[in-house]
Write a protein that binds this ligand. Structure first.
Ligand SMILES: [Zn+2]
Length: 246
C-alpha cells in the first residue's frame, strides 16, 4: 500500500483541502475568503489570502512572494498549476506548528517553526539564532551533562542509542557551537543549505527520541489490552461453564 502520511505534515494539500491548524483536522475542505496583493518593497509584490476551515470556521492568513492568484472581475482563485502551495508560502498565521509532532517539547517546536519561517524569508541570521537556541533547549530539556557543548551532545548520544549516531555527529560539529565565542552577537549566520541540514537533523533526532518510543509504547498497550480482553472472555466462559455444571 502506498504511504500518503506525508500529506498530514503539510499545511495545504491542494486548492480545496488542507490540514486545519485550529481544529487539527486533516484533509478538511477550506475556502479562500479573501485574497489581496500589496507592495512589500517598491519592486517586490506580495500576495496574501485568508483560508477558512469548513469544519471549525476559523481563518488563517498566508503570504507569498509569488503571484499565486488569478484575478477575474470581482473574484479570484488560486492558480491551478501550483501543485505545492506550501512551497510558495513564506509566512503563515498560525504557523505550520502542527507539522512537528506535539510530543516534541513546545519550546523546541516553536523555535524550529520560527527558524523555518525565517529561512523561507531568507532571514538567515534569525534562522541561525533560532536553531542554536532550539539545540540548547533540547540540551536543557534532556538535562545533558558535560563541561562544554561537545560533551553535552555526546551525553545525549549515549542516553539515546536508537537514533542513527551520525545524526549526533552532525550536531557535535556544528559551526560556532563548539567554538569559544561567548557572545551570540559574534556568531556568523549559516548559509541556507547548512541551515536546512541542521533543521532536518534536529527534526529527525527529535522524532527518534520523543515520538518513536511513545508510538511503540502505545502499540504495546493496545496489544496488552487485547490480550487482557481475550483472557477475561476465556475466564468468563470458564465460570459460565462451571456454573452450568454445578
Ligand atoms: Zn478547523
Amino acid at each position: 500500500m502506498k504511504d500518503f502520511s506525508y500529506l498530514d505534515k503539510k499545511y495545504f494539500i491542494d486548492r480545496t483541502v488542507y490540514n486545519c491548524p485550529f481544529c487539527n483536522r486533516n484533509n478538511v475542505p477550506y475556502e479562500v475568503t479573501l485574497s489581496f496583493s500589496f507592495d512589500w518593497t517598491p519592486s517586490k509584490k506580495c500576495d496574501g489570502f485568508l483560508a477558512k476551515c469548513s469544519y471549525c470556521k476559523h481563518k488563517s492568513m498566508h503570504l507569498s512572494f509569488d503571484e499565486i492568484f488569478v484575478y477575474y472581475g470581482s473574484g479570484s482563485y488560486l492558480k491551478p498549476e501550483i501543485d505545492d502551495i506550501d512551497a510558495k508560502i513564506f509566512y503563515s498565521v498560525p504557523t505550520s506548528f502542527f507539522i512537528l509532532d506535539n510530543r516534541v517539547p513546545t519550546i523546541i517546536r516553536e523555535l524550529i517553526t520560527e527558524a523555518e519561517g525565517c529561512l523561507k524569508m531568507n532571514f538567515l541570521t534569525g534562522a541561525s539564532a533560532c536553531m542554536r537556541k532550539a539545540i540548547y533547549e533540547l540540551l536543557v530539556a534532556e538535562k545533558a551533562e558535560g563541561i562544554d557543548y561537545e560533551s553535552r551532545i555526546k551525553f545525549l548520544k549515549r542516553k539515546y542509542p536508537d537514533p542513527d549516531p551520525s545524526l549526533f555527529d552532525i550536531l557535535v560539529h556544528i559551526q560556532d557551537m563548539i567554538s569559544d565565542k561567548i557572545h551570540e552577537q559574534s556568531w556568523d549566520k549559516w548559509d541556507s543549505r547548512y541551515l536546512k541540514l541542521i533543521i532536518e537533523t534536529l527534526k529527525t533526532v527529535l522524532h527518534d527520541i520523543y515520538v518513536l518510543p511513545k508510538m511503540k509504547a502505545d502499540r504495546s498497550l493496545v496489544v496488552q489490552r487485547l490480550r487482557q480482553e481475550v483472557e477475561e472472555s476465556k475466564k468468563g466462559k470458564k465460570e459460565k461453564n462451571n456454573g452450568q455444571t454445578a
